[in-house]
Design a protein around this ligand. Structure first.
Ligand code: CMP
Length: 143
């Protein structure tokens, strides 16, 4: 059975022109793109998306970072999507990320870490519906 996860190419990676390289790594790893858009998050939207972190000391900086330029949310599908995507992107801190992972290649620091990935199947559903309507999710890939 195919699972879903939400990726976001964050503003630092968009600014550095890494959209293509990152999507190539994702698709070469076997993920299918179900929906994708480029958008500028407002402060309210970024605060809502990261509400789970609102008590963290880095929350305001995180909201500022995520609103600093356009980002690219992507709904992905693959067997074992959440875990496999997290393996593909590597640890939150690029200094701890494995060689060849997206964050090792493209992230600058633990805060400016190039990409987001959902941390569970339940959160993936919530996060995908945060950015995409049912109509925007493509369901017509051949098997
Ligand atoms: P993400 O996977 O999108 O989820 C929460 C984000 O908060 C994380 O990526 C980082 O961008 C940021 N973050 C997590 N930990 C820290 C930290 N210790 N200091 C600053 N930013 C952090």
């Amino acid at each position: 059975m195919n699972n879903k996860t939400l990726a976001i190419i964050k503003p630092d990676a968009v600014r550095d022109n890494y959209i293509g390289e990152i999507i190539t790594l994702i698709t070469k790893a076997g993920f299918k793109v179900k929906a994708m858009k480029m958008m500028q998050l407002t402060t309210d939207v970024a605060k809502a998306f990261y509400a789970v972190h609102k008590e963290r000391p880095f929350y305001n900086d995180l909201v500022e970072y995520m609103t600093s330029g356009p980002c690219v949310p992507i709904a992905l599908e693959k067997e074992n999507a959440v875990e496999d995507y997290r393996k593909l992107i590597g640890a939150t801190d690029p200094a701890e990320a494995a060689e060849g992972t997206v964050r090792k290649l493209y992230a600058k620091s633990k805060a400016f870490n190039a990409v987001h990935g959902s941390d569970s199947d339940a959160n993936a559903e919530i996060e995908i519906s945060f950015f995409f309507s049912k109509e925007e999710l493509i369901n017509n890939y051949p098997a």
